[in-house]
Design a protein around this ligand. Structure first.
Ligand code: FAD
Ligand code: SF4
Length: 508
């Protein structure tokens, strides 16, 4: 089992068989394909150890290798070949990896003569891979909304017959509130765990694993099924009643600003400690309870993320790989600024989004999309570098979900396979959704001059760089008419400010 295949309910474990040996292994190759946040490495290794213990307790034979035992092998195939010989293996069985890179590796290495290889489904996702092509067409945009409605009907979730409960499929317009000062007092503390990962950190050091981010000897992320269920219960009881309402909100003025009303279930889901169906069922059961404080807009917003976005990006990834990983439609080529690794920038919004990512290996969706992602998009950072950063820093980052969100939704490098237009915005949007701008070195209202918010001029520079491609987009074209109406002097001063920002990207 790989680190993201910790599905306790897999049919493999229905019965015990003394002739089956389960292999759970920490691999150097999995620490090194990008530079990782230390909490991500610890979360996966700790969850794998707990899973191995759980299997043993249920009578299965398990070989759990740490880096101390596995690091002498060059890669996973070399290790498997050695174990096949040592244990006289007749059949090597594995669950299909969700990442292209690993699936190819496990399918393609040469097995020793006489040893069979068999691939199994991971029994986690709601839409089987065999159906992808009838839901998502490769090489073109497929609407999330259509996908999501079809999933709602298929799974019969939040439905009244064939109609959506509450009369609407989507309550997005009820969500998206900013946090007002009075709302700040009510932000709940996040449910955190205190998993001792001191040994794992030492092991990472001993094996020279390159990592970054805040080292915590007590890891706050859930690493076993009990903790994952506890986090789910906490989310449903405490955060779901306001989940949708403040889904896009951002604040710097609260100690729990990093977690707000988000579920933080993505690690538990992506490692498969939790099944997506049990997660949405828990939310809907709480919504249906007689004394429920949850309204339809909140529960629908959550269900859409889990059965809509999550399943949708996976299907888009698989029908378009491996070409997807090469896409760079906007020809973005600049280097990622060094402050992405330190958080040291005068842009308050970026300092907060980067700082909390470095502290907690977590940022919520709008911070990833409209702060750090938006900055990279506007500044024309090479998507390979953007992908590598997102894949390394977040505790939930696995390529099948990271790449469509980053290269696709956030960087528009896929040319519109995920999003119909780039998610680009100037300082106005950030100011509308957050209280970051008040405490910033830069002036969010200014487009020109050295204290002008970098997002403002970079926005117009981006728009003009891609005018030919974007002007025909009905949702964007109007912006060009606004630009053309502006005074020539303002336009050239704005572009001069953008040039200045680009030339001094590292110092912003
Ligand atoms: P909540 O806000 O509580 O949402 C509930 C659940 O819905 C999440 O746990 C997640 O499983 C699912 N979900 C929500 N939005 C998405 C989405 N756009 N795509 C897929 N699933 C979604 N998510 C990852 O799991 N791994 C990644 O590596 C990742 N990289 C991202 C990179 C960028 C640039 C962007 C814009 C988004 C990325 N996302 C990624 C999607 C989303 O930001 C995270 O799933 C979410 O922030 C995780 O926090 P949460 O569990 O508190 O989510
Ligand atoms: Fe970010 Fe600009 Fe606001 Fe500063 S002024 S916080 S850089 S949007």
């Amino acid at each position: 089992m790989l680190g993201d295949q910790l599905n306790h309910a897999h049919s493999w474990y229905d019965s015990t068989d003394p002739d089956t040996l389960y292999l759970v292994v920490e691999l150097l190759q999995e620490t090194a394909y990008v530079r990782h946040h230390v909490q991500k490495l610890c979360a996966f290794f700790a969850a794998m150890a707990a899973f191995a213990d759980g299997l043993r307790e249920h009578g299965h034979a398990v070989l759990h290798l740490t880096l101390d035992q596995s690091s002498r092998y060059r890669d996973l195939p070399e290790l498997i070949l050695a174990l096949c010989e040592r244990y006289q293996v007749e059949t090597f069985e594995y669950q299909a990896p969700d990442e292209y890179r690993l699936r190819r590796q496990l399918r393609e290495f040469d097995m020793p003569t006489g040893v069979a290889r068999q691939e199994y489904d991971s029994e986690h996702f709601l839409l089987p891979q065999s159906e992808f092509e009838s839901w998502i067409k490769p090489g073109r945009h497929n609407r999330l909304e259509s996908f999501y409605r079809r999933m709602r009907k298929r799974l019969d979730l939040l439905m009244d017959g064939d109609q959506p409960r509450g009369g609407q499929w989507n309550y997005d317009h009820d969500n998206r509130n900013k946090l007002k000062p009075a709302d700040l007092a009510e932000i709940p503390p996040p449910r955190l765990f205190a998993n001792d990962v001191g040994d794992i950190v030492e092991r990472l050091e001993r094996h020279g694993v390159d990592h970054f981010g805040r080292v915590m000897s007590e890891l706050p992320w859930p690493v076993d099924r009990d903790q994952a269920l506890e986090l789910l219960d906490y989310f449903v009881a405490t955060c779901l009643p306001r989940f949708g309402r403040f889904q896009d909100a951002m604040t710097a003025r609260h100690e729990h600003a990093w977690s707000l009303y988000h579920s933080r279930l993505s690690f538990a889901l992506n490692s498969k400690l939790l099944h997506p169906r049990e997660v949405v069922d828990a939310a809907i059961t709480a919504f249906d309870a007689d004394d429920s404080a949850i309204d339809i807009a909140q529960v629908e917003g959550f269900v859409r993320q889990v059965i809509g976005w999550r399943e949708y990006v996976r299907a888009v990834y698989w029908v378009n790989m491996p070409a997807y990983a090469e896409r760079n439609q906007l020809d973005a080529r600049r280097d990622l600024p060094a402050f992405f690794w330190t958080g040291e920038t005068r842009m308050n919004c970026m300092r907060h989004a980067l700082g909390q990512s470095l502290d907690w290996a977590y940022a919520h969706h709008i911070q990833r999309l409209m702060i750090t992602g938006n900055f990279c998009l506007l500044a024309g950072i090479a998507p390979d570098q953007v992908d590598a950063w997102y894949l390394g820093i977040y505790v939930d980052a696995i390529e099948w979900v990271e790449m469509p969100n980053t290269r696709g939704m956030s960087q528009f490098a896929d040319g519109g396979l995920i999003a119909t237009k780039p998610y680009c915005a100037g300082g106005n949007y950030i100011n509308k959704m957050s209280d970051y701008c008040g405490g910033c070195h830069y002036d969010v209202r200014a487009k020109t001059g050295e204290r002008a918010c970098p997002f403002n001029s970079l926005y117009w520079d981006f728009m003009l760089r891609h005018r030919e491609r974007l002007a025909t987009n009905p949702r964007i074209g109007v912006m060009y008419r606004n630009w053309d109406r502006q005074d020539e002097e303002v336009r050239s001063a704005t572009l001069a400010r953008a040039r200045d920002c680009i030339d001094n990207l590292e110092k912003l």
